[in-house]
Design a protein around this ligand. Structure first.
Ligand SMILES: Cc1ncc(COP(=O)(O)O)c(C=O)c1O
Length: 414
């Protein structure tokens, strides 16, 4: 099947119990079996079957299979949130004394997990400039256990050279973890460019309507767990082969930290996936039009959008994302006061801490998502006081344009 067909059909044909064409919401915690032996056999892996929805659930499974197929991975596990996905990867791969090398200009929650929470457990993170591939190489040591990048840094907006960074990871025999939230499989399959593990906040474009929180972890099947540097997963590789990491996640990490997806949320993510590529086309074309409009306005200090011709990342975005620049952009109006005035003056776009919604959303990152970081830390992550982030929705572009023009006008009135 081609990608658009997979987005609608992968992972589910029809419900064998009822012939339902929609994926049923299996709103159950546990699964009953007539005999003690049957349940014991499933626990002992002597036969297959669902046990408990913290570990596996049929609605979640349909979503997992669909995302795995869209990403070209061997398998996927759905999580309670995007942060849950990143945290579970860290819990699965790292131990005290290990190091992470990560792009700096990425989601504030991920930077906080890496530099603040994981550091309490003895894991150190080296943040590097995603645009400077050499910095990744220099930062990798014999203690590094994973390299982490976002396809387009949110909100740094830099596009890392994924193939070159993948080579650095391969040379060090460690996995490259790519957060594909902002671009989704509609724009890029990171596996094709050398990713080993792909993570998602499905809350964003995959859901597409701002109605549920969720995440996903895809194993691309490219990292050889049997020859890797992770002893516990290596032990599983004899039995589980390419599924060793996913097996370890479910049998250990999910069991111990319970980062499972809710079936109702997986149903909403499946609904969103069916229209993902149609929506992404409109997100991208609206964002490209808005980026051009803003960069042509003399009152706007700067615009960061990888699809703009004068962006340093335009060529790379062209290669990685099939010529599209995504639905997210940032721009500056000179100072925080104007940024606030602009946001307060918007009538259509909403001021909200989310992205990837059908609705256009804006936020002032420095005083919200990044408010706990110092000015210096924010600067390293590509966040400035004058920055406004826009998640461009799929409304009629004329209405977005009118709203932005009137709000910019007001931001410059005394
Ligand atoms: C790129 C990226 N990754 C991960 C996350 C975390 O996802 P969630 O909010 O679903 O936990 C976000 C949230 O904004 C994000 O933008």
């Amino acid at each position: 099947m081609k990608a658009d067909t997979k987005a609608i059909h992968s992972g589910f044909k029809f419900d064998s119990a009822t012939n339902s064409t929609a994926v049923p919401i299996y709103q159950t915690a546990a699964y009953t079996y007539p005999t003690a032996k049957e349940l014991a056999d499933i626990f002992g892996c002597r036969s297959g079957g669902y046990i408990y929805s913290r570990i596996a659930n049929p609605t979640n499974y349909a979503l997992e299979r669909r995302i795995a197929d869209l990403e070209g991975g061997v398998g996927c596990v759905a999580t309670s949130s995007g942060m849950g996905a990143i945290c579970a990867v860290a819990m699965g791969l790292l131990r005290s004394g290990d190091e992470i090398v990560s792009a700096a200009g990425i989601f504030g929650g991920t930077v906080s997990l890496f530099t603040r929470t994981l550091s309490r457990f003895g894991v150190e993170t080296r943040l590097v400039d995603a645009a400077e591939t050499g910095q990744f190489k220099d930062a990798v040591s014999d203690k590094t256990r994973l390299i982490f990048v976002e396809t387009i840094g949110n909100p740094g907006m830099d596009v890392p050279d994924i193939p070159a960074i993948s080579k650095i990871a391969k040379d060090a025999n460690i996995p490259l973890v790519v957060d594909n939230t902002v671009t989704t499989p509609a724009l890029i399959q990171p596996k094709e460019f050398g990713a080993d593990i792909v993570v998602h906040s499905t809350t964003k474009y995959i859901n597409g309507h701002g109605t549920a929180i969720g995440g996903a972890i895809v194993d691309c099947g490219t990292y050889k767990w049997s020859e890797g540097v992770f002893d516990d997963i290596k032990k599983l590789a004899d039995r589980a082969g390419p599924f060793a990491f996913l097996g370890y996640l479910l049998s250990v990490v999910y069991r111990d930290i319970g980062v499972c997806a809710a079936p109702m949320n997986s149903f909403l993510m499946l609904q969103g996936l069916e229209t993902l590529s149609v929506r992404m086309d409109k997100h991208c074309s609206n964002a490209a039009k808005l980026a051009r409009l803003l960069s042509g306005d003399k009152r706007v200090g700067w615009v960061n959008y990888p699809g703009l011709k004068d962006s340093e990342f335009c060529d790379r975005a062209g290669e990685l994302f099939g010529g599209r620049g995504g639905g997210l952009l940032t721009f500056g109006l000179g100072d925080k006061g104007r940024a606030f005035k602009f946001i307060d003056s918007l009538k259509l776009a909403k001021n909200a801490a989310n992205l990837g919604d059908a609705k256009t959303l804006v936020i002032h990152p420095a005083s919200t998502i990044f408010h706990e970081f110092s000015g210096d830390e924010q600067a390293k992550m590509g966040v400035g006081e004058d920055m406004v982030r826009v998640s461009v929705g799929i409304e009629d572009f004329d209405d977005i344009r009118d709203d932005f023009e009137q709000a910019i006008e007001k931001a410059f009135q005394e």
